[in-house]
Unconditional design. Sequence first.
Length: 377
Amino acid sequence: MEVSLVRCEDYSREPLLKAIRQGLEPVGGIGRFVKPGERILLKPNLLSAKPAHRAVTTHPNIVWAMIKLVEEAGGIPLVGDSPGLGSTLKVAKACGVMDVVGQTSAELLQIKNAVKVDNPRGRRFKRFEVAEELLTVDGVINLPKLKTHAQMLLTMGVKNIFGCVPGKRKAQWHLQAGTDLEYFSQMMLDLHDYIKPRLTVMDAIISMEGNGPSSGDPVRTGFVAISPSALALDTVCASIVGKDVLQVPILKTAHTQGLEDVRQEKIRILGEKPERFKPHKFSFPPLINVDFAYFLPSPLKRVVKSALTSRPVIEHRRCTLCGVCVDVCPPKIMRKEDRIHIDYDGCIRCYCCQEVCPEEAIEAKQGWLKRLLSGSS
């Protein structure tokens, strides 16, 4: 499987379009993935209503470049995602994607309705509720953003497809999975296999490190990654920021199943060498499997989990008591009083609260014993 890497210093439109076109050539060009007359959904990461410079969403000029390329191939471009908070239109306006849509022939596809679909190829999950709007397109081109993720360590190509699940149905999946990262990862893999994006083009020009996926820090990584396989692309990009396949839950699950697209020896890297993009420093949120103490007696398990596992922590000085986190919490273990309170015994560590907090007042923090052992504060 091929992964093409192309250097991009910034988001200037014409140089970016040229670079992506150049990166597409080794994998067959845009004509391999788009045929004349086809309706093609460009699926960026539109997590929340933040400006583009915050690196929370796929940059609008990546979307612009892909609209142009779909048009060149004779396709009909549509742009859509189901945000973690707010409507597609609200988020698209805030991050600049709506401006791009207005300047081109593209249409914004607002993902609102859900439809049940069969997934006979799924290893575990044979049925999904996905956006009804997906049934109106001929193909999907995946446009993720390279970011850290408090639950899954990194959000890249495969994880970005979760945005094809509408609104609150995402919370239902989090609740079903609970703290089982393997279960959640398998769901992601089966969903990705159902959607089958034709192409993944990842924005890794300015990525996000630290407290991702919504409250982290922008960091320059300077490239765009392109591949027909999101799994192969994710494998290469994880290695660029210093993570092995077995350290990233989705990739680890794929590796356990023997999927070839996560095996480095099966991946041909085209274009630039990955070493050129390795950052001097790339910080990650704490990620500790909260099921590791399963075999312990319940009272001891509670103490050990509290001391070692990461958890969402409210920074009350920044919190405005808007209550968005309380509304979005899948297991409903947050309550709003004089301040926001979290029942950590019931917390499934999905970090939905952190993803949607408009004030960036929620952070994933390590347990006190883990901090002591690692020497961090």
